[in-house]
Write a protein that binds this ligand. Structure first.
Ligand code: AMP
Length: 289
């Protein structure tokens, strides 16, 4: 650690976290919060930078939330790199890190789940039917524990940011939700902790998901409005990368996630596909990519 780097306050308990944050509030400081599952990369760090740009204090959390994983998903092998994460957060200027264990977040007797009509069962929710319940439950808990002025999420997980905004609005949670741009590798692949699962061959193919979204975007810019044709253009581009097994490729209303037959500028193009042991997701907005 250089002398310029502030020490990062690290705790695994809600009570210590609350004490630290109360002290910051008493000094009149505003709090920006970045929830993560760790295995941090530049996408996560961009959220810390956004928090520091609009708040006095940045708080990050690292918690691999069992409730948002399905029974056959990658909970047990999800990458965990705490030492590197702490180093990255320290150099990014983050002030506090909350790293609870499962028993701190889900003590004996825990029962509650956040549910939401329709939005949780489309796109990623169709393949992962209990995923967003788990996400919303943990995010609401974390927001209640940290009580930040603002919380920062990546647009890479578009549906996640959208349902969190919906929950915060519906339940009058006193926090500002900020959605930040997707950070990508030079070849277009969106940064993701799950990219670590890729073999070199799969990694070489992985930008194909972004290319498929760009192919649909190109067809839109060339005048195609029929959603079935735009989707076909995307899937055809994805098929050029046979290692991918498509999960979904869809065009929807960016606010309500309603299905479309005719596309409009700004519509959401969302895609998910399996490659090797990884399931990758990406998205774009028609006419804006
Ligand atoms: P995760 O650790 O995967 O739960 O992600 C934590 C936060 O980082 C979420 O708000 C994600 O949307 C965000 N995030 C993940 N990857 C990226 C990326 N490539 N660009 C921007 N934000 C990201």
């Amino acid at each position: 650690m250089t002398t310029l780097e502030r020490r990062l306050g690290i705790t695994s308990t809600v009570s210590e976290l609350r004490t630290w944050i109360a002290a910051e509030r008493n000094r009149g400081r505003t709090i920006g919060f970045v929830p993560t599952m760790g295995a941090l990369h530049d996408g996560h760090l961009s959220l810390i930078h956004a928090a520091l740009a609009s708040c006095d204090v940045a708080v990050a959390s690292i918690f691999v939330n069992p409730m948002q994983f399905g029974p056959s998903e990658d909970l047990s092998r999800y990458p965990r790199t705490p030492d590197t994460d702490i180093r990255l957060l320290t150099s990014a200027g983050c002030h506090y890190l909350f790293m609870p264990d499962v028993s701190e977040m889900y003590p004996e007797g825990f029962r509650t789940r956040i549910e939401m009509s329709d939005l949780l069962l489309v796109l990623c929710g169709r393949t992962r039917p209990t995923h967003f319940q788990g996400v919303l439950t943990i995010v609401l808990k974390l927001l209640n524990q940290v009580r930040p002025d603002a919380a920062f999420f990546g647009r890479k997980d578009y549906q996640q940011a959208l349902v969190i905004r919906r929950m915060v609005k519906d339940l009058d949670v006193p926090v500002r939700i900020e959605t930040c741009p997707i950070i990508r590798e030079a070849d277009g692949l969106a940064l993701s902790s799950r990219n670590r699962y890729l073999t070199p061959e799969e990694r070489a193919d992985a930008p194909g998901l972004r290319r498929a979204i760009l192919a649909a975007d190109r067809a839109f810019r060339d005048g195609t409005r029929d959603v079935a044709r735009l989707v076909a253009a995307g899937l055809q581009a994805l098929a050029a990368h046979p290692r991918f097994r498509p999960d979904y490729f869809e065009i929807r209303d960016p606010e309500t996630l309603a299905e479309r037959t005719e596309a409009r500028a700004g519509d959401l193009v969302a895609a998910a596909a399996f490659i090797g042991r990884a399931r990758l997701i990406d998205n774009g907005l028609l006419g804006q990519e």
